[in-house]
Design a protein around this ligand. Structure first.
Ligand SMILES: [Fe+2]
Ligand SMILES: [Fe+2]
Ligand SMILES: [Fe+2]
Length: 430
């Protein structure tokens, strides 16, 4: 077990929250900014520390159930009647489910579930879940009112007016009052809109100085893996498969136990940057245009920049992010050649291609063993993939292939049961 792996908890959470919102300037840092507002209101309310921490986690990932970039933007721009229909409810239900899968996040799941529930439907503020959900509801609502292209202090009156309008309708009046209390200081607004808000929360936020070890990283990593994979039916089990294949290849190759565990995490995170790619590109049934492919190229850049800035995950960052690099240096986006692609990254590149070829894609069906092996061998001759690793895969093809498929079937069941039906509802409604 990776007893020595320790990561700053706040940095880990902030980085992933940031990664989810990174793709679009309209929603950039929405969840971090919402978490800041909610945290300030929560402190002013005097609720216990544990509840403030749960509210902060819920706020940082409150829209995690909006799986595609398109859904996120639509929810962000929603300004309709909260009571009419339940356009907003699907991502709350999925968010609750995703939180439930991770023990560290589970205590915050109810806040996520009800973060758009209007005050008029609560009727009482005495229950903690009502109070905390209402704080998040207001924080989210107000953050979305802020114009990112205008100086923040010019907007204070407008945002306060918007808060007043919610009082007693969308939001309980006591919570709106708490917001007025904290928003009297210019400092609040300047922090909120500062490009340095991430650092502010890292050094003064609820989890400053808190470290987590591998045992606690793992369940959160699994939750993020689901968020990355469940974006699309085609990739719903991809990172599960890649991680399993990479782990098996690492064992056969003879990597240490600690390296194998890091490899599993790297597999979970390798396509993290795909959170920044719209589904219209990920699910396009035809060949991508050059412009569309240019958008795809940013995904491993973001994988690297998110993981590498957390600190303590350097190996994982490289192994995860170099999976489209090629031995001859012609890959993307780093163009590192043979000398800089180490064994872990070589294993990940083979695991990624093998898993992708064995999966359906919008533009082709999954491939059979012979076709996969032919492609892998040609990639070796073309100086794309590592010869030794490809040979290990081919020699152990049956065992690797069946174990990967088995793992993927479990994820597929979960996806079909819990996610797929909501995805249909979401795409029809919004
Ligand atoms: Fe939301
Ligand atoms: Fe939101
Ligand atoms: Fe990729």
């Amino acid at each position: 077990m990776l007893k020595d792996l320790s990561v700053n908890f706040g940095n880990f959470l902030l980085s992933f929250s940031d990664a989810i919102d990174i793709a679009n300037s309209q929603i950039a840092s929405h969840q971090i900014r919402t978490a800041f507002i909610a945290w300030e209101i929560a402190k002013a309310s005097g609720i216990p520390k544990e509840r403030i921490e749960n509210l902060f986690v819920a706020s940082l990932f409150h829209d995690i159930g909006a799986l595609s970039l398109e859904e996120k933007i639509k929810i962000h721009n929603f300004d309709g009647n909260y009571l009419a229909g339940n356009n907003l409810e699907d991502h709350c239900i999925l968010g609750e489910y995703l939180f439930e899968t991770c023990s560290l996040f589970a205590p915050a799941k109810t806040i996520v579930r009800y973060h758009h529930k209007p005050w008029r439907l609560w009727g009482t503020i005495d229950r903690p879940e009502a109070f905390d959900s209402q704080i998040l509801c207001l924080a989210d609502y107000l953050e979305r009112k802020i114009n990112r292209n205008q100086y923040i202090l010019y907007q204070v009156d407008g945002v306060k007016k918007a808060a007043s309008k919610t009082s007693g309708k969308l939001i309980n009046k006591d919570i709106v009052e708490l917001f007025f209390e904290i928003s009297g200081r210019e400092e609040f607004w300047l922090d909120l809109s500062s490009p340095r808000l991430y650092s502010v929360l890292l050094h003064s936020g609820p989890f400053r100085g808190r470290e987590i070890d591998y045992e606690n990283i793992f369940p959160i990593a699994s939750l993020f893996r689901s968020t990355i994979d469940f974006k699309s039916r085609f990739t719903a089990t991809h990172s599960t498969g890649v991680a399993e294949c990479a782990v098996m290849l690492s064992k056969i190759f003879g990597l240490s136990e600690s390296e194998i565990e890091q490899m599993e995490l790297a597999g979970y995170f390798h396509d993290l940057g795909k959170l920044a790619v719209p589904n219209s590109i990920l699910e396009k049934p035809d060949k991508l245009t050059n412009d569309e492919f240019a958008v795809i190229k940013q995904h491993t850049y973001y994988t690297y920049s998110v993981l590498n800035t957390i600190g303590g995950l350097n190996n994982i960052a490289e192994w995860a992010a170099f999976h489209h690099e090629k031995i001859d240096g012609s890959g993307y986006p780093f163009h590192v050649g043979a000398q800089k692609i180490n064994t872990g990254s070589r294993i990940m590149a083979v695991a990624d291609i093998f898993t992708a070829l064995a999966e359906d894609r919008p533009y082709r069906k999954r491939m059979e063993r012979e076709q996969i092996q032919t492609i892998l061998k040609s990639q070796v001759s073309n100086n794309v993939l590592d010869k030794k690793i490809v040979n290990l895969l081919i020699e152990n093809f049956e065992e690797i292939s069946s174990t990967v498929t088995e793992k993927q079937l479990l994820s597929r069941e979960l996806f079909e049961m819990k996610i797929a039906s909501y995805k249909n509802i979401i795409s029809h409604r919004i």
